[in-house]
Design a protein around this ligand. Structure first.
Ligand code: SAM
Length: 206
């Protein structure tokens, strides 16, 4: 892992034990709305393998485990992965596995039906977001659901929703990258001017 990513992973590991309680109220409402939409649009069936990239403490992965066949959560932060594993054990959820993996190399060799990612892709600069979307397309999922910081217009510099560390893309850039990756965007949910959920289906998929 390069130094930038290692530093980010270390920062998340340091706050992992309090991550689930850390959001301020406005951000929490937006985050919860976004997470619910990601879960709703992912909509896995009992045979589906779901890959959650930047899974963190497993919010989305654990929410999908009830309906999916198997869920794989990948993250760069050991501390976040540890929290996710401990939550799965506490809840007796057995069809999830959490481990190290990056957007560009998720370190999972099996078939993947649905890829999801919530509030994680914004850690990458735009060029790396494109590479990440290409890597996701190469996994061959029929659906990719992305919830994240994304700009529907020009963000007001006087009212930033997010602080340092959030490199939001425009919706247009993300739609272009998804289309270039062989997906058709079938839904776009606007949670806030700066947060949304994109649903992409593989063109020519089942
Ligand atoms: C803001 S948290 C979101 C976690 C979770 N998806 C959620 O909705 O609560 C972002 C997560 O992305 C992970 N992350 C950042 N860059 C990543 C990368 N390049 N590959 C995989 N995970 C990454 C971080 O370690 C962190 O756990």
């Amino acid at each position: 892992m390069d130094k930038r990513l290692q530093d980010l992973a270390d920062r998340f590991s340091q706050i992992a034990h309090q991550y689930d309680d850390k959001h301020g109220s406005e951000q929490k409402t937006i985050y919860n709305a976004c997470a619910s939409l990601v879960v709703e649009h992912a909509n896995p069936g009992p045979e589906d393998v779901v890959l959650d990239l930047g899974t963190g403490t497993g919010l989305i992965a654990l929410a999908l485990a009830g309906n999916a066949g198997h869920v794989v959560g990948r993250d760069i932060s050991d501390g976040m992965i540890e929290q996710a594993r401990s939550k799965a054990a506490d809840r007796g959820i057995e069809n999830v596995e959490f481990g190290f993996g990056q957007f560009r190399d998720p370190q999972y060799d099996g078939e993947v039906d649905i890829v999801v990612s919530n509030f994680a892709l914004h850690h990458l600069p735009d060029e790396e977001k494109r590479e990440a979307i290409e890597a996701i397309a190469d996994l061959g999922p029929r659906r990719f659901v992305l919830g994240d910081a994304m700009f529907f217009g020009s963000p007001d510099p006087e009212e930033p929703l997010f602080g340092h560390g959030v490199d939001g893309a425009t919706v247009g850039m993300l739609v272009d990258a998804l289309t270039d990756g062989g997906f058709a965007v079938t839904a776009l949910e606007r949670v806030h001017d700066q947060v949304g959920v994109l649903v992409a289906e593989r063109v020519g998929g089942d």
